[in-house]
Design a protein around this ligand. Sequence first.
Ligand code: CAA
Length: 283
Amino acid sequence: MEIKSVGVVGAGQMGNGIAHVMALAGYDVRLNDISKDALDSAVALIQKNLDRQVSRGKIEEGARDAAMARIQTTLDLGDIAGTDLVIEAATEREEVKHKIFEAIVPNLADHTILTSNTSSISITRLASRTDRPEKFMGFHFMNPVPVMQLVELIRGIATDQDTYQSCLGVVESLGKTAASAEDFPAFIVNRILMPMINEAVYTLYEGVGNVNSIDQSMKLGANHPMGPLELADFIGLDTCLAIMNVLHDGLADTKYRPCPLLTKYVEAGWLGRKTQRGFYDYR
Ligand code: CAA
């Protein structure tokens, strides 16, 4: 099926990046959120990130302006129900995602493919509460979306081949690379990345190193572009904790036990860059 229009649910960190790359690749984008402020901030951020791409000579001014013109924002979920592909990129809480799918399903066009940008939640379970498990799959971007090359595509137990091929075509049209993952907790990237981040928090908790020495060790010793604690702040400590809980619950293995220090930071509201405080202080 040819995809021309894309509905993005959630205008946060991931949603605005997804709207950005989709519009730049020529798709008509409808970006939805429950908050007008979130929509306004997302549009301003997309403009800023596109401007930066122009100033670094990556794209032409005309491409930037055409991309901005392709993005419509809406507070009404019903407005995106007629698009060819819906990508849900709301907060990483399963009940929130189920509620969004329940609200959108009655208005969906028959042909619409429904996807979730979830970083860890079962695609099969999310799909089972919609009317179209065969047209449902995981479409998982990495942060920052305009920069990162990978998209994980996750088939639920009922996802059909046409749906997979259509989504693969979209990933390729963005100039990105798809990795196909089976539907098990946290898929591939976060199955490997989050235990590493959690272990870095244990390393801090047990006093093996401090924030700077832990991050510097992994940057200079393992050539990671960001240290694990800096990366945790960048992703959001609440998201990291949510993914560790999915791994712990889903695989029932104590090796995925979230570090108590990670839990404590989240309980304090120290969620990383988005709250100006996490392992680092951004105030
Ligand atoms: N939006 C758009 N572009 C951005 C950006 C943003 N938020 N942040 C940086 N960029 C661009 C810059 O414009 C720059 O572009 P050019 O190379 O074309 O000039 C490029 O990215 C590099 O940026 P900087 O030079 O400013 O900074 P940097 O070299 O320190 O790189 C980084 C920044 C790309 C974020 C790099 O530190 C990095 O790769 N970090 C690791 C990111 C990572 O691991 N992401 C995955 C997280 S896990 C995930 O997302 C899965 C999940 O479910 C939790």
